[in-house]
Design a protein around this ligand. Sequence first.
Ligand code: NAD
Length: 431
Amino acid sequence: MASTSTTHDDEPPEEPTEEESALETARRQLEHAADHLNIDQHIVERLKHPKKVHEVTVPIERENGDVEVYTGYRAQHDSVRGPFKGGLRYHPDVTREECVGLGMWMTWKCAVMDIPFGGAKGGIAVNPKELTDDEKEQLTRRFADELRAVIGPTQDIPAPDMGTDPQTMAWLMDAYSMQEGETIPGVVTGKPPIVGGSKGRDGAPGRSVAIITREAIDYYEKDIKETSVAIQGYGSVGSNAARLLDDWGANVVAVSDVNGGIYDPNGLDTHSIPSHHEQPEAVMGHEAPETVSNDELLELDVDVVIPAAIGNVLTAENADDVVADIVVEGANGPTTTAASKIFAERGVPVIPDILANAGGVTVSYFEWLQDINRRAWSLERVNDELETEMLAAWGDVREEFEARDVTWRDAAYIVALSRIAEAHEARGLWP
Ligand code: NAD
């Protein structure tokens, strides 16, 4: 993930460095998009800051009787287009600044998808691996109570993120509902389907990566059946994207997990390789003619490379060595600003994360709609509507890409920012 180095709140550094924080990246991308648009500078200034950041103390009694006190955050960036939306992470490196930066990314992501939500992010600075399930439940219920006044289906809707999962969301929804006196499934998304979660939510980010990859392949006039693809990371995003692209005829020649990757120029049988969730770290155990390191995978002679594991893997160090014709960002922030610049100079299209992996938040929006209407959708409907939304967003971004002669990333931010700025303009500043 992006590092958490700090600079003064108002001044992102002039020159991009490889060590940019999420907040610096979010502000830089905002300014970059604003340069292409004729929007009120006051709106841009306002968007550099979160609307509110809540910091709470979350004490729990550990099983050994000790009381441990953790700090939790919820950064709410912008809600001009609808309630705040974004993940809650449990990770030792969670900071206020990281939540603000990642909350901004959510604002852009929801806007590029034209979903009626704003952006937020939150979490607790804790190592969840050091907690028992009971302790995690206590932590989550207490956190829910501390945030109760500022979350809710029409205010702010958390979702799972690093270190949290559907079970965490079920506890959060339960704690919130108990205090409100009624069952309110729409307070969180990413829940287990039995308590109002959506079918297809787990696979959605990978599905959207596959849909956008397919469209990019078509846009660059390649035949998917003659397209080779290398995918880094075989978790939720990587494995779902790999299997769909494989089903649609692409030649998935390399996949990897944290230990390294396997490579078969004739194509891998992606369905027989266990995903991270089916069997963790099993990729290397699968038979294949060659193994590659995670660095080598990114530099394979393929048509499309999809980094779908972690952030900051495409850097100034290796961007010149990437030979793929198209990069699709499956992970969040896999390309550093310096690497993006190199790809732009080399004319290598990089389809950005805020578009490619937005299937997760899009199906979260579908989940919220289902919860509010108390009516579950079939998996087929979820996947059909996701396809429709992805194609619409792809079309909007493509229009800006063609009209303005910018990178795909800039085009996506231009679409997002113009929607947010127009909404601010229409609503005006109160009082
Ligand atoms: P995951 O935990 O399901 O899987 C991660 C995969 O990456 C595993 O195969 C793991 O072995 C591998 N990996 C871990 N560290 C690695 C390293 N240093 N080098 C190479 N591989 C490594 O995670 P995920 O949900 O698939 O998420 C992957 C990325 O996509 C993250 O950046 C995440 O933020 C982003 N993302 C996820 C979702 C979602 O809802 N799952 C939505 C949008 C974006």
